[in-house]
Design a protein around this ligand. Structure first.
Ligand code: HPA
Ligand code: ZN
Length: 333
């Protein structure tokens, strides 16, 4: 690992907390909760992490969640991630969680969010890492279930900074959730959506994100560059993209670092993130390392990527500026 990357103050903006479930913790939670796993060792579990597309990844991702049942389980999951992120000098993280992946199994919403929230508070005290939660709706469930989940979240409004949309994109366009996201906006949530890589109708989905939903950010979104008018509009809006190179390498035909290069050259606000680091076996530093290697980036380029991330963070301007000053002080030293 490049020591400059390892020590650089970083922000992570595309991170599914359920995607941080490392096999070791999965076994511990399975034991604690009396859940049977389809493998008997950590090595076997890791060897099963082989995906060729988003759909095949999601099967294992959801199946693994069967071990997450109680408030302490969610606390342990988020605590482990935040400790690991802090060890890579991630100073700030925006963390996706998928409440419907749990409520659909009979785990109550408040069990999930209380465990996560407690872990965030403790991690800030213990490691100085700050984090906020983004609630994602599962796009392969109905819009009605998403709306019910949105309403269920309202008592916890102060604990959630925004809403997102994830899971299987095929046949589940942004406009399916237009009413849900309009209500979320009215409740004060910020908005993001996954536009996964090389999907059916990728550019049409990105267009809907901009024109129908009015997102504040796009997760992945690398197909934006397939349409020059979309790319120009994203640049005009200063829209941020949370690109995840190692994830892309697992579920598409490559890490899409060429797109990162072109986004930088076009002045788009591209950021580098890890997505589901336990499954793709790369946290944010390893993702930055891959991009540095493939694009032969220098320190200024790396600082630019992290400045983009702090700039795109859903934090007050003064807080973002304080992180950027920290980043620039580090780079100058
Ligand atoms: N895309 C869609 N759904 C997901 C992802 C992703 O990158 N990660 C976890 N769920
Ligand atoms: Zn994702």
């Amino acid at each position: 690992m490049d020591p400059f990357i390892a020590g650089m103050p970083k922000a992570e903006l595309h991170l599914h907390i359920e995607g941080t479930l490392e096999p070791e913790l999965k076994f511990e939670l399975a034991r604690r909760n009396g859940v049977e796993l389809p493998y008997s060792t950590v090595e076997e579990a890791r060897a099963a992490y082989e995906f060729h597309d988003l759909t095949s990844f999601l099967v294992g991702y959801y199946d693994s969640m069967r071990v997450l049942l109680t408030e302490p389980d969610f606390y342990d999951l988020a605590s482990a991630y935040l400790a690991k992120a802090a060890s890579q000098n991630v100073r700030y993280a925006e963390i996706f969680f998928d409440p419907q992946a749990h409520t659909s199994r009979g785990v109550p919403f408040d069990v999930v969010i209380r465990g996560l929230r407690r872990a965030l508070l403790d991690a800030e005290r213990l490691h100085g890492i700050r984090a906020q939660l983004i609630m994602c709706f599962l796009r392969d469930f109905s819009a009605e279930y998403a709306m019910a989940t949105l309403l269920e979240s309202l008592p916890y409004r102060e604990w959630i900074v925004g809403v997102g949309l994830d899971s299987d994109e095929r046949g589940n366009p942004p406009e399916k959730f237009a009413a849900v996201f309009a209500r979320a906006r009215a409740e004060g949530y910020l908005l993001t959506m996954h536009c996964d890589v090389n999907q059916e109708n990728s550019t049409e989905h990105i267009r809907q994100c901009l024109e129908v939903i009015g997102v504040d950010r796009i997760d992945h979104g690398v197909n934006t560059l397939d349409d020059p008018a979309l790319a120009a509009e994203a640049a005009r809006r200063g829209l941020a993209f949370t690109v995840c190179p190692v994830s892309n390498a697992f579920v598409t035909d490559g890490p899409k670092t060429d797109v990162v290069r072109r986004m930088l050259d076009l002045g788009l606000r591209v950021t580098i993130n890890s997505d589901d680091p336990a499954y793709f076996q790369a946290y944010v530093a390893e993702n930055l390392e891959l991009v540095r290697r493939e694009l032969d980036l220098d320190r200024d380029d790396l600082v630019r990527l992290e400045r983009n991330a702090f700039d795109a963070a859903w934090l007050p301007r003064t807080t973002r500026d304080a992180y950027i000053t920290e980043l620039e002080t580090y780079a100058a030293a």
